[in-house]
Write a protein that binds this ligand. Structure first.
Ligand code: FES
Length: 124
């Protein structure tokens, strides 16, 4: 059964990422400014790493498990820095096509919200 969660936006600074524990779930809130936010599950879409241990740098988060980098603005996969520079050296096989990697389709799982009276209202 879903619960309605209310989070006051007053403490959420623009262009900052805030991690909260709500109903035993870790969620990340990125404030885009002008009353707009992105709310994410803190589980990496690659293999389930805990993004709470990730490295946040301006508007990106890097998973601590395999280094995948995601945009906090869009939630989209940006790159896997550990493979940077090796993509052209990687060989296409039956199971892997470096020009059409499924990793590029990964994105952070976002949570829908409403804003009522300067509060984020989530149903989780
Ligand atoms: S589980 Fe996050 S990069 Fe692999």
């Amino acid at each position: 059964m879903k619960k309605v969660i209310k989070i006051n936006t007053a403490g959420l600074n623009t262009k900052k990422f805030t991690i909260k524990l709500v109903e035993k779930r870790k969620i990340g809130i990125y404030s885009l400014g002008q009353g707009k936010f992105k709310v994410y599950e803190m589980t990496c879409p690659h293999m389930g790493g805990d993004l709470c241990n990730g490295m946040i740098n301006k508007n990106t988060i890097q998973c601590s498990w395999h280094g995948y980098l995601f945009s906090l603005v869009s939630g989209n996969f940006i790159e896997n820095p550990s493979l940077k520079g090796t993509k052209s050296a990687r060989i296409k096989s039956l199971f892997y096509d470096p020009q059409n990697s499924e990793d590029e389709n990964l994105s952070l799982k976002s949570i829908d919200y409403k804003i009522i009276d300067k509060n984020l209202i989530l149903e989780i």
